[in-house]
Design a protein around this ligand. Structure first.
Ligand SMILES: Cc1cc2nc3c(=O)[nH]c(=O)nc-3n(C[C@H](O)[C@H](O)[C@H](O)COP(=O)(O)OP(=O)(O)OC[C@H]3O[C@@H](n4cnc5c(N)ncnc54)[C@H](O)[C@@H]3O)c2cc1C
Length: 508
């Protein structure tokens, strides 16, 4: 077992009181560890992988460096809040995306550049959507209202009961009620005529693993977050700089991180989690525990909760699984930008079937991030590094990925053709992660990339809580507990957990 031990600088500046064991070192864990350790809790993290970050991972191969999962995020101010709350400057440099992304639709010569600047965005849709600017402003006004009317009532709040959650929901202005019963797509249809605008505005839901045809229209607030509110951001030097920025701060506070160590069982009595045990039989005890592994899966697998049995979990809604390709390519590809979506010309059929299809998608829809466009250090000179993400059905639906090569070839051929570059014959390095890899690497339930979906029956008090139902000293943080998935959202989750722990188990 390789381990990395961090000790406090001196006993004077670190007086530990309550001990906390965190299972998993994803971003939710790291943010929780920061908040807790700066409050004086003595934190230990146990991580299955050989490095921290979870899905926010890094891959280095043959001179190329890839961000493995997230490549950008919204709500950058949540990172500022995190570091402000512990009195530290933000330890990495944020970079606002402009344009936000580009969209390529099969059969159309033009590439849509999606800007936050609505004048520039309107120019992209000239000749496609009449009076776009008036329409988009009206659409975003509604989306803005729902964002701000739910932010503190639904998202940034702990709930102890369904009644409490419903009471809080009842304070959301009634004018939003119709949006609960309308789909994301139906809301777009009320505002826009062209398929192009509707499809492009749906992507924020689709690439979050949800089809706009059955996602409630309240989620058009995501269009407000991307197009008006805070836009999209990434990190100078690559997304893993977030993790590299956090680790020294944890070290400063004496947080110990034990790597290459998987928790395989949990021991508990009626009231408390007593310990967790790793694959080598090593037992970890502490006053408190925070689980950063999937909150629903952990309850079923380690606490034997009938409500979270495999049969029950399979009936829940999970986000799509990632099929990811990391390519180091010789030569510079002019026909591609930093963040790109490549879509076919059958959006509705594709979105309708992708969740249920037992075979790999034909004519796949995919996202490509070319980090080397802005970060020269992540590829050798004169080369590009491509991260390709194709959302696919999870392992409940398509359990066997022995045919992965077919999808890889299809995507590489299609991409080469659409950007006018012979990618296939210029590949210097290639790594592929199927949903099976994703499941095994981070214990993602059936390979679901973003964890539990966010339908109205799986948010707030209907989502697995961040406080265990039975064990008084057990908490959860991360994508499948509240408030939900995505980098800024799990950072919010860490704040919600801190609030609970500080109230229920204050230190010193
Ligand atoms: C391909 C992909 C692309 C994405 N793109 C974006 C994006 O662009 N923007 C965005 O905001 N979000 C994106 N996301 C979502 C985002 O990555 C997640 O919501 C977020 O990283 C989840 O963090 P988490 O705290 O839940 O922890 P995770 O990242 O799930 O980490 C949990 C950790 O726990 C460890 N673990 C699990 N079980 C055990 C055990 N038994 N013992 C020990 N350790 C264990 C795992 O190894 C892992 O390191 C993407 C996700 C994927 C998969």
């Amino acid at each position: 077992m390789a381990s990395c031990l961090f000790y406090p600088n001196s006993t004077e500046d670190f007086m530990p009181n309550k001990t906390v064991t965190i299972v998993g070192a994803g971003l939710g864990s790291l943010a929780t560890a920061l908040r807790l350790s700066y409050k004086g809790y003595q934190v230990k993290i146990i991580e299955k992988q050989d490095k921290a970050g979870g899905r926010l991972h890094i891959l280095k191969k043959d001179g190329f460096t890839f961000d493995v999962g997230p490549s950008f995020f919204s709500m950058s101010y949540e990172f500022h809040e995190l570091f402000d709350s512990i009195g530290e400057p933000i330890p990495f440099e944020l970079n606002e995306l402009n344009p936000l992304y580009t969209v390529n639709i099969q059969g159309q010569d033009r590439v849509f550049q999606i800007y936050k600047d609505l004048d520039k965005l309107a120019a992209e849709f000239r000749g496609i959507e009449d009076d776009f600017e008036t329409k988009v402003r009206k659409y975003l006004k509604g989306a803005k209202e729902i964002f701000h009317d739910t932010e503190y009532r639904v998202v940034k709040k702990n709930f102890d009961s369904i009644v409490g959650f419903l009471a809080s929901m009842a304070t959301v202005p009634l004018k939003h009620a119709p949006k609960l019963f309308r789909t994301f797509w139906a809301e777009l249809e009320r505002h826009f005529d062209s398929e192009e605008v509707k499809i492009i505005f749906s992507l924020v839901a689709f690439f979050l693993g949800a089809t706009p045809f059955n996602t409630p229209s309240v989620y058009n607030l995501l269009n407000y977050t991307e197009l008006e509110h805070d836009g999209y951001w990434n990190v100078k030097g690559g997304m893993y700089k977030i993790v590299e920025g956090i680790l020294p701060l944890l070290e400063k506070k004496g947080v110990e991180i034990i790597y290459n160590t998987e928790i395989v069982s949990a021991q508990y009595n009626k009231k408390e989690l007593v310990s967790v045990t790793d694959q080598n039989g090593e037992v970890y005890t502490s006053d408190l525990f925070v689980i950063n592994a999937d909150a629903a899966w952990f309850r079923g697998k380690f606490l034997n909760r009938p409500k979270f049995s495999e049969e029950k979990l399979d009936k829940l809604e999970w986000t799509l699984a990632p099929f990811t390709i990391y390519l180091g390519v010789k030569g510079k590809i002019d026909g591609i930008h930093h963040h790109n979506y490549f879509l076919g010309n059958n959006f509705r059929d594709y979105a309708d079937t992708i969740f249920r299809s037992t075979v790999a998608p034909e004519k796949p829809y995919y996202y490509v991030n070319v980090a080397s466009k802005s970060n020269a250090n992540c590829a050798p000179e004169g080369c590009e590094n491509l991260f390709i993400l194709c959302p696919v059905p999870d392992l409940r639906v398509k359990p066997d990925w022995s045919d992965a090569d077919h999808l890889v070839n299809e995507i590489i051929d299609d991409l080469g053709e659409r950007v006018g570059y012979d990618i296939k014959n210029n590949i210097l390095t290639q790594v592929v992660y199927t949903p099976e890899h994703w499941k095994d690497m981070f214990n993602l339930y059936k390979g679901s990339g973003l964890g539990l979906a966010h339908g109205l029956n799986q948010i707030g008090a209907f989502r697995p809580s961040n406080k265990d139902e039975e064990l008084n000293n057990l908490y959860y943080v991360g994508a499948s507990t509240v408030p939900g998935t995505g980098l800024p959202i799990v950072v919010i989750g860490s704040k919600l957990v801190l609030e609970r722990i500080e109230n229920e188990h204050p230190t010193v």
